[in-house]
Design a protein around this ligand. Structure first.
Ligand code: OAD
Length: 213
């Protein structure tokens, strides 16, 4: 079994999504914050935004949806959770086999030596290089090997749950079309809904616990 999650799964933990009415891309311009060009233009501004989100995420708690997915993993022999989220709420809920397609907000990567570290951000890398957030920005490739692992997990699974994603950011959204049987769980209809085998409409923090009850 495989699961693809997006920002909606963390919404009930108080983490804003990107494209809902109160989403981050309604408040901020993505091209000023989440592109390599934005970082080259104003690294301090970009870091300020990521530091703010790091704090918000660190203070949040996994919700009933995250916990239900961790419980599913304990019950199902082959289970892969693929997430577009850069938060760590799946892991904190107990999920183990997690692929972070878009990286982690708690990682920083050196622009000079490419070394990645996690935890509090030092002013510079040990090599003296400048640090950037360890996330995937618009226009960037996914971290090497992750797409292949995600695709393989989806193709090998009888069931794919697609949870809390608008399904418009590729390549991640393309995974939804590779599943043998695909069930969407979302608070609203999405770009993917028409192609789903089944759609369950409602908050994932309410629907997922019901699936394991
Ligand atoms: P979006 O903000 O595009 O979509 C969030 C989805 O969650 C919407 O379809 C909502 O209807 C749904 N939703 C909101 N609350 C929900 C709830 N309580 N239960 C279930 N569903 C709920 O977020 P993503 O699809 O994750 O990219 O966005 C994809 C990527 O775009 C992100 O990973 C990020 C962003 O730019 C990068 O960081 C590279």
């Amino acid at each position: 079994m495989a699961v693809l999650t997006g920002a909606g799964v963390s919404a009930e933990s108080g983490i804003p999504t990107f494209r809902d009415s109160n989403g981050l891309w309604r408040q901020f311009r993505a091209e000023q914050l989440a592109t390599p060009e934005a970082f080259a233009n104003d690294p301090e501004l970009v870091w300020e935004w990521y530091d703010w989100r790091r704090e918000l995420i660190a203070a949040a708690q996994p919700n009933a949806g995250h916990l239900a997915l961790a419980e599913m993993e304990r019950r199902v022999p082959h289970f892969t959770l693929i997430t577009q989220n850069v938060d760590d709420l799946h892991e904190r809920a107990g999920s183990r086999n997690v692929i972070h397609l878009h990286g982690s907000i708690f990682v920083q990567r050196c622009l000079r030596c490419s070394r990645e570290t996690s935890g509090p951000r030092p002013p510079k890398c040990a090599c003296g290089g400048m640090l950037r957030p360890g996330v995937v920005w618009f226009g960037e490739a996914l971290p090497p090997g992750l797409w292949e692992a995600a695709e393989q997990a989806v193709r090998a699974s009888d069931l794919l749950l697609v949870i809390g994603t608008s399904g418009i950011v590729y390549p991640a959204a393309g995974l939804a079309r590779l599943g043998k049987r695909v069930v969407e769980i979302n608070a609203a209809a999405t770009a993917l809904s028409d192609d789903m085998d089944e759609t369950l409409e409602g908050p994932s923090g309410e629907i997922l616990p019901r699936l394991i009850a």
